[in-house]
Design a protein around this ligand. Structure first.
Ligand code: SAM
Length: 243
């Protein structure tokens, strides 16, 4: 995630009031706090208390964490200069309502910067994971429609952001070449951290190592002296509240 965290954190300036929406365990929250500095203020928001509990372990005041859904946040109008959101928009049940709420809490001219994965077949690791899971466990729930993580198209973002009244919309792909931690151990650990992988692990635990090995084998073309170096492709989605 590091290259994508860096891309979003760079949108936060010194002294900004920044909101990290769908902050999860706080990776971007704390990178944003470093950028905002002592004169700034960063709030991490997530709907999942277990995520916030992990983030809270490395919390450094004045950064705060708040449990709330993206479309009903307990903040005043125009409270933030910038909203960042890493891999969150695609999971919101009502994207337009969430973008409207983001617009409400942004000051006039305030900025939104978000990432969401490009279609899965653009990123070889994600594609290998999906193919290996389907082959080893044909019954699993990740088989047909695009999984939510990959389902937010640039066009859907642009439509929803327009409907939410945001302006200066842009959607571009950014690619990061990432050296993966050692395979197949990383592939197994990562898989079981995902909802569909956890479901497979609880039902057919031996299948996890089969999938992890298949992922490793299918990425052989990306092996380098440093390890498996694989491109990951994300959409970088940006917008502003009208001034
Ligand atoms: C893939 S994780 C990304 C977490 C974090 N931004 C990161 O990059 O590590 C997606 C996050 O979105 C959160 N989320 C999903 N739906 C949400 C909603 N409606 N409102 C707020 N957060 C939500 C989840 O709880 C989860 O922490």
């Amino acid at each position: 995630m590091a290259p994508f965290v860096a891309a979003l954190a760079s949108e936060v300036g010194e002294g900004d009031a920044a909101l990290d929406l769908a902050c999860g365990t706080g990776y971007l929250t704390f990178a944003a706090a470093e950028r905002a500095g002592a004169s700034g203020r960063v709030v991490g928001v997530d709907v999942n208390q277990a995520m916030l509990d992990v983030a809270a372990r490395r919390l450094v005041p004045p950064t705060t964490l708040v449990r709330a859904p993206a479309d009903a946040m307990p903040f005043a109008d125009a409270e933030f200069d910038v909203v960042v959101c890493q891999q969150g928009l695609q999971f919101f049940p009502d994207l337009c309502a969430a973008l409207t709420e983001i617009g409400r809490v942004l000051c006039p001219g305030g900025r939104l910067a978000a990432t969401s994965w490009a279609p899965r077949d653009r990123s070889p690791y994600h594609e290998a994971q999906g193919q290996a899971a389907r082959a080893a466990d044909p019954g699993h729930t990740d088989g047909s429609a695009p999984p939510a993580a990959f389902a937010l198209t640039k066009q859907r973002f642009l439509q929803a952001a327009t409907a939410a009244g945001l302006v200066h919309l842009a959607a571009e792909e950014i690619t990061a070449d990432v050296v993966l931690p050692a395979l197949p151990a990383f592939a197994a650990a990562h898989l079981t951290a995902l909802p569909f992988g956890a479901e497979i692990a609880s039902r057919a635990p031996d299948t996890i190592s089969v999938i992890a090995q298949a992922i490793t084998d299918s990425l052989s073309a990306y092996q380098t002296p440093e390890g498996f170096k694989v491109p990951f492709v994300s959409n970088l989605l940006t917008a502003r509240k009208p001034s």
